[in-house]
Every structure is written in structure tokens, then in C-alpha cells.
Design a protein around this ligand. Structure first.
Ligand SMILES: Nc1ncnc2c1ncn2[C@@H]1O[C@H](COP(=O)(O)OP(=O)(O)OP(=O)(O)O)[C@@H](O)[C@H]1O
Ligand SMILES: [Mg+2]
Length: 357
């Protein structure tokens, strides 16, 4: 959660930074006339950030929760941080929030050190398992957090109501949270992360505990925050949630960064396979000879083969008396990318696949 605000000091820093840059660029420097574009900087930067724990009682063993993470998230991005259980997602978020100290490396958020109070006033955080005093109502809790984050008294009630409305909790705003379901608490947690209108929002598994409708609502909320120009960094192990909403994703496994990519590129890559659809004759034996399996649905037959087999498959289907309806290259999904980065046969990747079904 955010801490104290030092707005005046922060503005002074911003102006002097802009002034310095403008000066270096040979521009005329005015006291307040500076170009906002000059201020663009990565939202998050980590440099060989690492965390290990010593576990075990008698014989200590070193557990690398995060191994040398170097990553940049640009302002305005929706960035998905993907990985199976135990990958190191929460550890990364805890490090970035300053809740645990790195064993090695460093990080900056909005160009500032992790303990900078002005930066903290501009970020919001939803922890993995948010815990709230359950005798409080969402309204009381959010008013408290808004105050902590430096939201001026005159704006507080309006901002609290607006953020509860954004997560669909207006009607329950006055009910004690001990009566709430996991999904309702998750929504309050998200409202808490956005109540002070932060520039950058960190969400650890924001869709967890939500039903499909709730998950969809959170995706829509992320989308609308994105349209307002906010940067969102969220962790998930549910690939479909990341696929629809992220600009870029990083894949983490066993504390190691396995890959970073633009979602649009990853999912438009051709997977090297081709789908054939035809009618008339099953051509089961011919397709089997090419290493495929024929599936039948309402008198239409379908198979997927490697790209190299395309010509032979067309001949085989026609030769057996079949009539081709379509021959389509299969597009890779984010899941394909994910699994390829985790490594085939990896037990965790099997878990991941199950989660996404
Ligand atoms: N305080 C701690 N002491 C010892 N080991 C820890 C500690 N915190 C995390 N770990 C270990 O570090 C690894 C990464 O944990 P982390 O919670 O970051 O994973 P995650 O990607 O968030 O997983 P999940 O999807 O289950 O939330 C795990 O093996 C975990 O057991
Ligand atoms: Mg976690």
C-alpha cells in the first residue's frame, strides 16, 4: 500500500529533472514550462534482481526464489507476469513493494528508488491474499487507505465511492467484510489498489477467487485503466486472462525469466502445423499413414498435421474421395509459447496446462 505523500518535494524534483533534460537538449528552460514527453521513463526496471532464502532447520539449504531478474516495463503497458506455482511471481512483487530486501541486484519504479515516498504515492498494490480487518466496511477501509495515500480530505469520499463502483461493490460498501466471500474481498482489494488514482498498479493474481463473470469484469477493469494511460503489472497463472488483456508478457519458472514477448506477436506466430477440414470420406488410413488422426463431427472430418505433410495430405484426402473445405495454418497460442518456455515434460508445465483448461 502507498505511504506518505511529499507532493511539493516531488514536483520540485520533477521540474528540476525536466529542467536538467531540457537544458541538456539546448532548450529554453522556464520554471514551469516543460514538456511532459521529456519525462517518459520506464515504469519498472529491475537489474539482476535476486532473492534467496535459507530454508531447513538443522541443515540450511539455499532456496533461490528469484534468480537475477533483469526486466523493463514501459509506462502505459499492461504487463502480464506469468508462471506456475512457486515460479517467483509474488517474490518479485514483494521485492518491488519493498516488503522484502533483495539478496542481490536493484530495481527502480517510475525512475525512483524503491523506498521513495513520492513514488509510493503513485503506485497501488493488490497483494496475493489481501487481509483486511473484517469488522470494517469497504467504505471505512478505503477511506483509511485513501488517507494513508495522501488523498485530500475533500476528495476522499468521492474517490472511495468511485473506486468501489468500479469494482461493482457500491451496494456492499456499508457491510462488514467478515460477511464477504473470497471474490468480494478480492474486489475490495482491487478498489484499495486504485482508490488514490495511482499511475502504476501492481496486482498479484487479481483474478484468483473470482468466478468467470468476475474474471471478465477484472479484465474489463484492467482494460479501462489501460485506456486511462495507467501502467498495470499483474501476475497470473491463468493464460487466457493474460492473452486478452496484456500488451507484453514475461514467463517465469523456478525463479528464472524464460522469455518476454509482445502478446500480439506471440499469438500470431504460425505453429508449424496445418488444419485440414473435409467431407465425403474419412480417409482414416491415409491420414494415419501421415501420422495424424481423423476426427469426425456432423459428417465433417478434421485433422492437424505438420506443415511439411500439406501436399501429401491434400492428395491423400482427395485420393480417398474426400472434398476439401479448408486448409489453415494453426496459429500459436500464448499457451504454446508458455509451454515452450517452461520446457516440454516439465511437471509444472503440466500443472499449468491443467489450470488453463
Ligand atoms: N519466506 C520464504 N521462505 C522460504 N521460501 C520462500 C519464501 N517465500 C517464497 N519462498 C519460495 O520461493 C519460491 C517462489 O515463491 P513465490 O511465492 O514467489 O511463487 P509464486 O510464483 O508467487 O507462486 P504462486 O503461483 O503459488 O503464488 C517458492 O518455492 C517458495 O516456496
Ligand atoms: Mg504468488
Amino acid at each position: 500500500m502507498t505511504a506518505l505523500v511529499q507532493t511539493r518535494k516531488f514536483h520540485a524534483q520533477v521540474i528540476s529533472r525536466a529542467g536538467q533534460k531540457a537544458h541538456l537538449a539546448g532548450m529554453k528552460v522556464g520554471t514551469i514550462a516543460y514538456n511532459h514527453d521529456e519525462l517518459t521513463m520506464p515504469a519498472i526496471e529491475t537489474f539482476a534482481l535476486a532473492k534467496h532464502y535459507n530454508i531447513g532447520f538443522w541443515r540450511k539449504r539455499r532456496k533461490d526464489a528469484l534468480k537475477s531478474l533483469t526486466l523493463t516495463v514501459e509506462e502505459g503497458e499492461v504487463f502480464g507476469y506469468l508462471g506456475p506455482n512457486g515460479a517467483g511471481k509474488t517474490t518479485t512483487l514483494r521485492l518491488l513493494m519493498g516488503l522484502v530486501y533483495p539478496s542481490a541486484g536493484s530495481a527502480r519504479i517510475l525512475g525512483k528508488a524503491l523506498d521513495d515516498p513520492a513514488m509510493k504515492a503513485q503506485i497501488g498494490f493488490l497483494p496475493e491474499q489481501p487481509y483486511f480487518y473484517d469488522h470494517l466496511t469497504p467504505k471505512e477501509l478505503l477511506t483509511y487507505y485513501a488517507q494513508l495515500s495522501g488523498v485530500p480530505g475533500k476528495d476522499r469520499a468521492r474517490k472511495v465511492d468511485a473506486s468501489l463502483a468500479r469494482v461493482g461493490m457500491s451496494e456492499s460498501a456499508g457491510i462488514q467484510m467478515r460477511k464477504f466471500s473470497k471474490g468480494m474481498l478480492q474486489r475490495v482489494g482491487i478498489a484499495q489498489a486504485i482508490v488514490h488514482d495511482p499511475k502504476l498498479i501492481f496486482l498479484d493474481e487479481p483474478m484468483s477467487g473470482l468466478d468467470p463473470v468476475g474474471r471478465r469484469e477484472v479484465r474489463d477493469l484492467i482494460q479501462s485503466l489501460h485506456e486511462e494511460g495507467k501502467t498495470i503489472f499483474f501476475s497470473t497463472h491463468i493464460l487466457s486472462d493474460a492473452e486478452t488483456v496484456c500488451d507484453r508478457v514475461a514467463v517465469l519458472n523456478k525463479g528464472e525469466l524464460r522469455g518476454v514477448g509482445v502478446v500480439a506477436d506471440l499469438v500470431s506466430e504460425v505453429s508449424g502445423q496445418v488444419e485440414f477440414v473435409w467431407t465425403g470420406a474419412a480417409a482414416t488410413a491415409e491420414i494415419a499413414a501421415l501420422g495424424g488422426k481423423t476426427h469426425e463431427a456432423s459428417e465433417t472430418f478434421r485433422t492437424i498435421l505438420t506443415q511439411e505433410a500439406t501436399d501429401r495430405a491434400i492428395d491423400a484426402i482427395r485420393g480417398a474421395g474426400g472434398k476439401l473445405i479448408s486448409v489453415t495454418p494453426v496459429r500459436a497460442t500464448l499457451e504454446d509459447y508458455f509451454l515452450s518456455k517452461l520446457g516440454a515434460g516439465d511437471r509444472d508445465s503440466q500443472n499449468m496446462q491443467e489450470v488453463t483448461r
